[in-house]
Structures are given as structure tokens and as C-alpha cells.
Ligand binder design. Structure first.
Ligand SMILES: NC(=O)C1=CN([C@@H]2O[C@H](COP(=O)(O)OP(=O)(O)OC[C@H]3O[C@@H](n4cnc5c(N)ncnc54)[C@H](O)[C@@H]3O)[C@@H](O)[C@H]2O)[C@H](O)CC1
Ligand SMILES: [K+]
Length: 527
């Protein structure tokens, strides 16, 4: 299973409207954007061809729009470089948009020819590289049968596949597969990343993603939310990655309260508690609905009756194994109506969905204290009174809608977890793998997240860091050959702790987190 390349720096993600806006403003660019895109793609294609048998020719698929135009530019440049490709053109020259028609004509003028889809090689090992220029961000509906058949045959080829801008068949906005999509080994995204490359089915179809900004860095930087998001990486929370002052005590790092652990679900609360300890919570109290004296494997956890937690903790995570009993609802109501920083997960979210007035009261809390929700798609569907299919049909829109509805910081978990904030900012986490789809993984994330909040991290930074740590810990397991199959939630805890410590040390070494930065963990009131 190829791991996503760790994001060294956070990268912009643009929605189609922002991309179209930039393209419109750049109509007169010289050289034109399409030529730049073709140049970048042909450079990458030549690098891929260098490892392939010289006698095999590259195969280019050119579609009916500007993605096809990119493909014609690549064809011309590969021919110039001594790698003349075969071009399958699935369109009509006289219906090509302006730039694409020009690229097509330049290809023909250079001595190029085009074949139709029937001429696709039958021998699936017959080409050095497939370059997919069938559809880009203009795909608006499921592929027609003819196009779908072409894509399925391309997917059967035994060679690398380079997707231009986005694998054809993938919805650039959502990551949905519209019928069938190219399973690329490499994707070169032009101008910026698109949400659909990074969430839902995008990661399973893109292979290794690279981006070429077509020399438009300032245009991209000028894009504002909600049309522009970012991938999650450490510099987004660098200000909080600070070494601990020597003169400190456990009260300096907060008192976490976790409410949950109903009968048969004690493990969820224990996992959250252990994760909260591992990620630095000064004291961790578990308010267990199922009375338990001690966690023998983690005696540092202080187990209490749930109602005691409100007088002991200065931040609350409610949900891990909570259940939906009357007692659970009473605890949730008290937490929502209180003033403490709050994390809602699992059944706390389901109870809010069943009692919309609670969600209203949560939303009216304002931002004096951090509030974070950590739904998976089913919980998000209940909260938004819709179904899972609608959530997954546009995960970004769903996460943004929930951030507005709850007035809280949201992570919509899943492949390409999406973080959405009430002020419109949004992020997609590219770390993580199917190993996270295991029981207790969400409880561990909740414990990690509330631990950072307990240490004074603002909600957004805490959420970005916890999700990124969680994903990177799972990726570390895969890199070590102990995942994704059989990865257990418990294994994430020590790995997340060591990653956080490494990140803090690295930040200190390069001076990223200085004592004066805004998110300095202020000493919390000593209980
Ligand atoms: N415009 C620019 O300056 C640049 C564009 N780049 C590339 O252009 C594509 C986007 O091109 P666009 O023409 O908008 O659409 P596509 O080529 O993605 O799609 C072609 C065309 O197909 C029609 N269509 C949509 N869905 C279907 C379907 N299911 N079946 C058949 N036909 C369909 C629709 O009319 C589309 O217009 C972008 O991705 C880049 O690759 C350059 O890279 C940068 C400059
Ligand atoms: K494409």
C-alpha cells in the first residue's frame, strides 16, 4: 500500500470556482497556462519513461476539453524529446475549446496523428506509459459507457499511468468516482490541489500526487476561504509545539475529564484516558458510567463517579462509550450548559442529534472556550439530519455545514479527514491509512485532542495536530510493516506520543515555537 508522501509544508487546495477564476484572469498569460501545464507534465512523463523499455511508446488519451488540450501539448513535447506517443483522441477537433484546439492543431502540424478509441492496444503490456488527458475538473456527470470502457481498459494496462490534473472519472470537488475512474500511479495537479484528490476515493485513484503551480504562486496565495483550503502539516500548529518549561507541575498541563465508559464500553473511555495521559494531560480523570476502581494497566488514570468530574476537570471530552441513557443525557446537558472547553464524540454526538435543542445550546456557547466535534460520517449524517450517502457525496460541504450548524471546530473523519472551522477555514489531512479503521481509533483521537486542549492549545491547532499525529502514527505502523492490517488503537498511543515529542524537539531546534508565540500553553488554574 503506497503511503502518502508526508506533507513537508501545508499546500493550498482550491475548489473549481477559485481555479476557474484564476484561469480566467490568466487568459492572456504568456506562455499560456495550457503550455505551462503541458511542459510540466512532459517533464514528469520523461522521468517516468526513463525507467521504461525504450522500445515501448507512450500512449496519450486526449479528451474533448482543455484536459485534452493539455494532453496534446504533452504529445508534441514528447515527440520533440524523441518519445513519439500514440494519441487516442476521444473528441472532435472542431468542438475543442480554443486553447485545446490550438494545441491539437500544433500537434498535427508537428506531424502528429490521432487514433480513435478502437485503436487502443489490445496487448496490455504494449505501452511504456499511459498519459490520461481524458477529463479534468470539467467532468460533471458519470462517464458514458464508451468512456467508461476506455477507462477500464486503461486500468488493465501493465504500466505507469500519469493523470493530467486529476484521474479521469474522479469528481475534483468531492473525490467521488463518477461511474469509473482511472487508477493512476501518478497525478500531476495543475495550479493547486483539489479537494477530490485528497478525500473519499481520491487517494485510492491518484497514486503519487505532485502539484505544479504554473508559476501562479501569488494568485493562489490571494485565494480566500471558503474557496481555498490547505493540507494539514506541522507549521499550521508550530506555535504550540513548545518544550515544557522546567519550572512547571502537573497543574500546568491541565486536568482532563473524560465522561463515558458505560456498561460494556469501558474500554472506549480507558483508551481515551490513556491517550490523554500519553499526549501530556497533567491529570486525567475518567467519569465512568460503569463504575471501575482503577485501570490496572494505567493506574495514573483517576477513575471517579461521573458527576464528580465537573468539579475536578478544566476541560471535558464526553462520548467515548457514553451510551445514550438518561444518565448520559443528563451529563451531556450539564457539560453543554457549562463553560468548560468541550470535545463531543460518539454517543455525545448521537445524543445531540436526537436532541437538536442541545446542539442549539452548544452553538450559542460562543468561542470563549474551545468546542470540538469529532464525527465520523454516520454521526455527521445524524447531526445534519441527512443520510451517510449525502455526507460522503460532498464531505467538504458536509464538514463546513456542520461547523456552521454547531459553531464548533469539526473533524469529519474518514479517508482524507476534513477539518472545518466556524470562520470558514478548512483543511484536509493527508496522513493516515486504512489501519485507522479499527475499534477504538476514534477514542484514542479524542483522548489525544482533549489532552492538547487541556494544555492550552487553541481548538483549531489542537484539532489539526491531533488528527495529523493520529494519521502519522498509523503511517509509521505501515512503514514498519505492522499495518495497516491488524493495527490496533492501543498501538497508536505510544507512537503518537513519540511523534509529538519529536515534533516539539524539532520545533525547538529550528526555533519554530518560541516562548512568545500566541499559543503558549498558559499555566492553567491550579485545582
Ligand atoms: N482553462 C485553462 O486555462 C486551463 C485548463 N487546464 C486544463 O483544463 C481542464 C479543465 O478543462 P475543461 O474543458 O473545463 O473540462 P475537461 O477537459 O475536464 O472536460 C471536458 C469536457 O467534457 C464535457 N464532459 C463533462 N462530463 C462529461 C462526461 N461524463 N462525458 C462526456 N463529456 C463530459 C464537459 O463539457 C467538459 O467541458 C483542467 O482539468 C486542466 O487539465 C490547464 O491545465 C490549465 C489551464
Ligand atoms: K485527467
Amino acid at each position: 500500500m503506497p503511503l502518502p508522501k508526508p506533507q513537508a509544508m501545508s499546500q493550498p487546495i482550491l475548489c473549481a470556482a477559485a481555479l476557474r477564476d484564476i484561469e480566467q484572469r490568466q487568459r492572456q498569460a504568456d506562455p499560456p497556462l495550457m503550455e505551462r501545464a503541458g511542459q510540466a507534465a512532459s517533464q514528469l512523463a520523461l522521468r517516468l519513461l526513463a525507467d521504461r523499455p525504450r522500445l515501448l511508446a507512450p500512449l496519450i488519451i486526449a479528451g474533448p476539453g482543455n484536459n485534452g488540450g493539455d494532453a496534446f501539448v504533452v504529445a508534441r513535447l514528447l515527440r520533440q524529446a524523441g518519445f513519439p506517443p500514440r494519441v487516442i483522441f476521444v473528441g472532435h477537433a472542431d468542438q475543442l475549446p480554443g486553447d485545446a484546439r490550438k494545441a491539437h492543431d500544433q500537434w498535427i502540424a508537428a506531424g502528429g496523428t490521432t487514433l480513435d478509441a478502437d485503436a487502443l492496444p489490445t496487448d496490455e503490456a504494449a505501452c511504456a506509459l499511459v498519459i490520461d488527458g481524458l477529463f479534468g475538473i470539467g467532468l460533471t456527470r458519470p462517464l458514458t459507457d464508451a468512456h467508461a470502457t476506455l477507462v477500464r481498459r486503461i486500468n488493465a494496462f501493465d504500466c505507469p499511468i500519469l493523470a493530467l490534473d486529476i484521474p479521469s472519472g474522479l469528481d475534483a470537488a468531492t473525490g467521488r468516482v463518477l461511474g469509473v475512474a482511472v487508477r493512476a500511479t501518478h497525478t500531476l495537479s495543475f495550479i493547486a490541489l483539489k479537494p477530490g484528490l485528497l478525500t473519499l476515493d481520491g487517494p485510492d485513484h491518484c497514486g503519487e500526487i505532485s502539484v505544479h503551480d504554473l508559476e501562479l504562486g501569488s494568485e493562489i496565495a490571494a485565494c480566500a476561504a471558503p474557496g481555498c483550503g490547505r493540507t494539514v502539516s506541522r507549521e499550521l500548529f508550530a506555535g504550540a509545539l513548545r518544550p515544557r518549561p522546567r519550572n512547571s507541575h502537573k497543574g500546568s498541563y491541565g486536568s482532563v475529564g473524560i465522561l463515558g465508559g458505560a456498561a460494556g464500553m469501558a474500554g472506549a473511555a480507558l483508551l481515551a484516558g490513556r491517550a490523554a495521559l500519553a499526549l501530556g494531560g497533567g491529570r486525567v480523570y475518567l467519569g465512568m458510567l460503569e463504575r471501575l476502581a482503577v485501570d490496572p494497566q494505567q493506574p495514573e488514570l483517576m477513575l471517579r463517579a461521573p458527576e464528580e468530574i465537573f468539579g475536578l476537570a478544566d476541560c471535558l471530552a464526553i462520548g467515548p462509550g457514553l451510551g445514550q441513557s438518561a444518565e448520559a443525557l443528563a451529563l451531556l446537558t450539564r457539560a453543554v450548559d457549562g463553560k468548560l472547553p468541550l470535545l463531543l464524540d460518539a454517543d455525545a454526538l448521537n445524543l445531540c442529534a436526537a436532541h437538536p435543542d442541545l446542539l442549539d445550546r452548544l452553538a450559542s456557547r460562543g468561542h470563549a472556550a474551545p468546542v470540538v466535534l469529532t464525527p465520523h460520517p454516520a454521526e455527521a449524517a445524524r447531526l445534519l439530519q441527512t443520510d451517510i450517502a449525502s455526507i460522503q457525496a460532498d464531505r467538504l460541504a458536509a464538514a463546513q455545514a456542520l461547523a456552521r450548524r454547531s459553531n464548533a471546530a469539526i473533524v469529519l473523519k474518514g479517508c482524507g479527514s476534513i477539518i472545518a472551522l466556524p470562520d470558514g477555514r478548512w483543511y484536509i489531512n493527508t496522513a493516515g491509512n486504512p489501519g485507522l479503521a479499527s475499534a477504538g481509533s476514534g477514542d484514542v483521537l479524542s483522548g489525544m485532542l482533549i489532552a492538547l486542549i487541556a494544555q492550552g492549545w487553541p481548538a483549531a491547532e489542537a484539532l489539526l495536530a491531533a488528527v495529523h499525529l493520529h494519521g502519522n502514527a498509523a503511517d509509521a505502523c505501515v512503514a514498519a510493516g505492522s499495518g495497516p492490517i491488524g493495527l490496533t488503537a492501543s498501538e497508536l498511543i505510544p507512537l503518537s506520543r513519540s511523534l509529538l515529542n519529536r515534533w516539539v524537539i524539532a520545533a525547538a531546534e529550528i526555533g519554530m515555537g518560541t516562548a512568545t508565540s500566541k499559543a503558549a500553553p498558559r499555566p492553567l488554574p491550579i485545582r
